[in-house]
Design a protein around this ligand. Sequence first.
Ligand SMILES: C[S@@+](CC[C@H](N)C(=O)[O-])C[C@H]1O[C@@H](n2cnc3c(N)ncnc32)[C@H](O)[C@@H]1O
Length: 460
Amino acid sequence: MAHVELDRLQACLNFALDTLRKELDNSQLPPLSQLSSVEHPLDDPTTYLPSTGLFEARRLSLACLGELKNLIQSPLDKCMDERFTAYGVSCTDTLIKTGIIDYLSDVPNPSQGVPTAELASKFELDSQKLVPILRCCAANGWVRETRDSSFALNRCARTFVEGNAGRRLNLSWPGLMTMIEGIPYWVAESDWKFSHSPEQTAFQIGFKTSLGAFSWILEHPDVLVPAADHLQVFGDMSTPSVVADYPWEQLETPVIVDCGGGMGGLVTAILDAHPSFRAIVQDMENVVALTSSIMEERRPRDIENGVLKVEAHDFFQPQPRIGNEYSFILRHIIHDWPDKEAATILGHIARALGPKSKILIVDMVAVPNIDATATTSVESFLTDGDAKRRDNSISSHFGSASKYVNGCSVHMLATLNGCERSLREWEILVRGCGLRITNVYPLRAHASIIECALDTRASL
Ligand SMILES: C[S@@+](CC[C@H](N)C(=O)[O-])C[C@H]1O[C@@H](n2cnc3c(N)ncnc32)[C@H](O)[C@@H]1O
C-alpha cells in the first residue's frame, strides 16, 4: 500500500540526514553526541557560523522530524505533550535556580552522573521532588539518567551553565507565565480585544501595569539586566550571519546607524569585519547609559577617535542623522510594534535617507502556513538533480521547524501587539513609508535582512 505522506517525509528525512552528515564532515566538525559532556561548535550560533549546506540540512531534518511526529502521534498524546511543555520550562528553571545545573557541570566526572540523594543533601532539597523533575528534563533531552535516580548533564544543557548563552537567553521573569495564561482572555473577552495599542496587551493584564513593556522593564531594575541579557543573546544569534551574509562592501554610505541598537554588539561585530565604516548606536536614554559604559570599556580607542558613537535617540522622534552619509539598521525592532507604530519608526528614518542610504531591517519573514511544497530555498538546497528530488520536498513554512518564528510572533503580539510579518506584509508596510524593498538576504539564522531604499519611483 502506498503511504504517500509517510514515504515522502521518510525520503526527505533520509536525504536531509545524509546531507547533514556530509556537511559535518566537510566542515571538519566532530560527530554530534548526547553522551558527550563537551559543547559542540554547532551548539552556539553566537560564536559558530555553519556552512549554508549544514544550516539548511539541519533545518530540513528538524522540519521532517516535526512533521513525522505530527503525522504519527495520536492527537490526545499531542494535546498532553503541548500542555506539558509548561512543566518542561519550570523543570529546567528549577535546575538553574537551585544551582543543580552548575553543580552537575562542575563534578570531576560529569558524564558519570550524580545520585539524586547527593543533589538533595547538597542543596537541602527533597529528593522525592527532584527525581520527577530531573526525569522530565531527561525526557526533554537536557539530562541523562545514568543509573536509577542518578543524573548527568547532556551536552546541550551546558548552554544553561552560568555565563553561557542559553542561561542568558532564558526568559524567566516573574509574571511571564501569568501574561501567557492571560492571552485567551485578552483576545476573546477583554475590552482590548480589538485594540492594536502596544499599551493594551496581555502584558498589561499579566503584569498589572498601564506601562508599555519597555517602560515597565526600565522601571524594574531586577528585570532590566536579565532582559538586556536576553535581548543581547537573541540578537547575537544572528550576528555572525549578518556580518558574513550581507554584501557590506556594496554599501555606499560611510556611517552605519543602529537604531534601538541595545548594547551595540551588532555594530561592533560589523566594525571588526569592515573597519572602513563608522558607526552610531542609538537607543533610549536609560539604555545608552549602559551601552556607553560597555563601549568605553571594550572599545576606548573607537570612542575616542569618533569611529563609534553612542547617542540617545527616541525612534518615535525625527531621525537627526540625515543624508547620504548614513545607512540604518533596525534589528528586531519593527517586529516589536504594531503597523501604526512600525510605520512611524520607518517613516522618520525614510525622511532622513539620502539616495545612497539603505535601511537594513533584520527581522524574521513569516511564511504563511499554507500547504505549499518546497520554497526556492529548499529547492536550491536540493542540488545535483537528485533522482528522488520530488520526494524531498517539505512545506514552505518548514512545518514544526517554524515553531520558533511563530512562537516569537505570539510573544510579540502578547507583549506589544507586534508580530512577525510575511513578505507581503513587509512590502505593504515599507511601501506605505515611501520606501521599496531592494533585496531580501536570507541568513543562516532565523531572521533575514530586508534591504530598503527610498522609492524614487513614487515621486515620478
Ligand atoms: C528587541 S531589542 C533589539 C536590540 C538590538 N537592536 C539587537 O538586535 O540586539 C529592542 C531595542 O529597542 C529599544 N527601544 C525601545 N523603544 C525605543 C525607543 N522609543 N527609541 C529607541 N530605542 C527604543 C530597546 O531599548 C531595545 O534596545
